[in-house]
Design a protein around this ligand. Structure first.
Ligand SMILES: NC(=O)c1ccc[n+]([C@@H]2O[C@H](COP(=O)([O-])OP(=O)(O)OC[C@H]3O[C@@H](n4cnc5c(N)ncnc54)[C@H](O)[C@@H]3O)[C@@H](O)[C@H]2O)c1
Length: 342
């Protein structure tokens, strides 16, 4: 597979809810073009193809991978299929952007990552929150040194009642990996990226709090401890009522200052000994930024620059390990060292 400098033909695998956001991103970047859809449901694949200019579609990934003009894939299928499909894509010699999590187990994530090692192919994992403005603002502020060394991060992402629209696979831990991996991984990855230190342990508690009738931990508290001495406290929910409720709260305590990011539209604020000042978060479409980072990585020579451009295999593997550790911690009722799951 050659690195493309003109237009990368991208096959979208899995034409469900999240695929639409990736397709929208493809239309914003002239370096990419939609090459077709694959879905095990022919009806969904055909409908998605019809909605997007009559591009080709198939229910057979092997067949679609052989179409001319397919250089890369975006996998948007249920979590338990990622490992197998990623290996198939690598074997066919195509680049891959795969939805989070990379796999539902650590060995599975390792196998998927290894399939892309040393063959010139680029694997990126869609930890989309990293590409939202708020997340980038926090990362840049920490990296600038303005806060000193981060010692405590609190991230709360609270969401509304969305289960009626969810497919059964999301509610099945065997398919999703459990809620701490499925959705919690967004927070676990983000705080780790912000703090920039090796995570040592996860202590998590799951509750059936906002949608008790569903057999799923809809409310999660997850505490991560880091080699640097920092602690991250993550709070996540996905079933508040009424529908439409959405809340986010970010606090970063550094040795030199405090960053707060209220969800009230005022934007991020930086407070240090000199006072409080607003930070301009800028405006961007996160999925387009994510796609752009992956396309950057496709065209850059392999190495540290390519790794920085997107969420590479090593970080995605760590994110899976964090989610798996959170699930194990909830089951055992004690903190779980990352070493236990890696
Ligand atoms: N980044 C984010 O913010 C975010 C948000 C939602 C979902 N996701 C992730 O996106 C992925 C898809 O989630 P969704 O909500 O779109 O699910 P969905 O159920 O709406 O869609 C999944 C689609 O994949 C198809 N499919 C299933 N197995 C397949 C296979 N083996 N080959 C081809 N197609 C197959 C299904 O028929 C369905 O159309 C999951 O990995 C999920 O974790 C990410």
């Amino acid at each position: 597979m050659e690195r493309h400098s003109i237009s990368t033909g991208v096959l979208v695998v899995g034409a469900g809810a999240i695929a639409d956001l990736h397709v929208a991103a493809l239309s914003t970047d002239p370096r990419s073009r939609l090459a077709g859809f694959v879905d095990t449901s022919g009806e969904r694949a055909a409908q998605a193809a019809h909605r997007n200019g009559g591009v080709p579609w198939s229910t057979d990934l092997a067949e679609a991978l052989s179409w001319p003009g397919v250089d890369a894939c975006i996998i948007c299928t249920p979590n338990d299929t990622h490992e197998r499909l990623a290996v198939q894509v690598a074997t066919a010699g195509k680049h891959l952007l795969v939805e989070k999590p990379l796999a539902t187990t650590v060995p599975g994530a390792r196998k998927a990552a290894e399939a892309f090692a040393g063959n010139g192919l680029t694997l990126a994992v869609a930890h989309s929150h990293r590409f939202y403005d708020y997340a980038r603002t926090v990362r840049e502020e920490i990296r600038s040194g303005a806060l000193g060394r981060p010692v405590l991060v609190r991230l709360a992402l609270l969401g509304s009642w969305i289960w009626p629209d969810w497919r059964a696979w999301v509610l099945d831990p065997a398919r999703s990996g459990g809620h701490a991996l499925h959705n919690g991984v967004h927070l676990l990855d983000l705080v780790t990226w912000w703090i920039g230190s090796r995570p040592l342990s996860v202590y998590a508690r799951g509750q059936r709090r906002t949608a008790a009738e569903l057999d799923v931990h809809d409310y999660l508290e997850m505490v991560v401890r880091y080699e640097s001495g920092a602690t991250a406290v993550c709070e996540m929910s996905r079933a508040h009522r009424p529908a439409g409720y959405s809340g986010r709260d970010v606090v970063v305590q550094g040795t030199e200052g405090l960053l707060t990011l209220p969800w009230d539209g005022e934007g991020p604020l930086l407070t240090d000994e000199r006072g409080t000042a607003p930070l301009d978060p800028g405006v961007a479409y996160g999925f387009a930024a994510q796609l752009g980072a992956w396309l950057d990585a496709l065209t850059a020579p392999p190495g540290p620059a390519a790794t920085e451009a997107g969420v590479g295999a090593e970080e995605a593997l760590l994110a899976v390990a964090l989610g798996v550790a959170a699930e194990r911690s909830m089951a055992l009722g004690r903190p779980v060292d990352l070493e236990e799951v890696l």
